[in-house]
Design a protein around this ligand. Structure first.
Ligand SMILES: *Cc1c(COP(=O)(O)O)cnc(C)c1O
Length: 225
């Protein structure tokens, strides 16, 4: 049995020492394990399914900051709109418009990250750098008053080739810096660069990640996705 509280404390200390935020990815894991991590001091947790996030938010302490890290379907936003602290996986104007609508219904602003495709794999979601710029220039975006674009998220290729992973993280950091300068120069709310998971968070931190998403290294392997 993995000692969740012990693992959590180790990772949290290591990551916070590098001025980054640890998001503990608790998808598929029972609320009792999340409570253990909470009791050890963790407040940021991430899920990848809307209904699972809602169910856990309703039974766990109200000061947990819930992150949505998985691909989000527009018709599922309603489940999380009230609870979510940050949505990491936004990759279209249509999705932003739908999130804005649910944010209005809940009388709040929802923070989002734009997901950028940096990996070699075809299957991963996310915008190309060109699409990212097109989206940020879209006049429709400025009309969405109840969303705040708080930064970028990316996932590196799942490979043992650390030089490729390094290259991908360096490229996302460069994109983040350029986008911040070009589109958010007077806006301190564009501040999160979410990159790094259990297998590659150290490389991500070395390349300027401010937020890492760690699941299996803390909670143990998942039985299903
Ligand atoms: C599951 C997941 C993680 C965590 O993965 P681990 O390898 O278990 O640390 C991070 N980010 C996203 C988007 C995920 O879906």
């Amino acid at each position: 049995m993995i000692n969740v509280a012990q693992k959590l404390k180790e990772y949290k200390a290591e990551i916070e020492a590098q001025s980054a935020t640890l998001v503990a990815i608790s998808k598929t894991k029972p609320s009792a394990l999340i409570q253990e991590a909470y009791d050890a001091g963790q407040r940021h947790f991430g899920e990848n399914k809307a209904q699972e996030l809602k169910a856990k938010a309703e039974e766990l302490p109200p000061d947990i900051q819930w992150h949505m890290v998985g691909h989000l379907q527009r018709n599922k936003i309603k489940y999380i709109a009230q609870y979510v602290y940050l949505i990491h996986s936004v990759d279209s104007l249509k999705l932003l418009e739908a999130i804005n609508k649910e944010a209005i219904k809940n009388n709040r602003t929802i923070n989002v990250l734009l997901q950028v495709h940096i990996a070699r794999e075809e299957t991963k979601f996310g915008l190309s750098k060109e699409e990212l710029v097109v989206l940020l220039k879209d006049a429709e975006l400025a009309k969405l008053q109840n969303i705040s674009i708080a930064g970028l998220m990316g996932m590196a290729t799942n490979t043992a080739d650390t030089s490729l992973v390094s290259k991908e993280f360096a490229s996302l950091k460069a994109t983040f810096d350029r986008i911040k300068e070009d589109f958010f120069a007077n806006n301190g709310s564009f501040c999160f660069l979410s990159m790094g998971m259990s297998g590659d968070y150290q490389l991500a931190l070395a390349h300027g990640s401010t937020m890492v998403r760690i699941g299996s290294a803390i909670f143990g392997a998942r039985n299903y996705e």
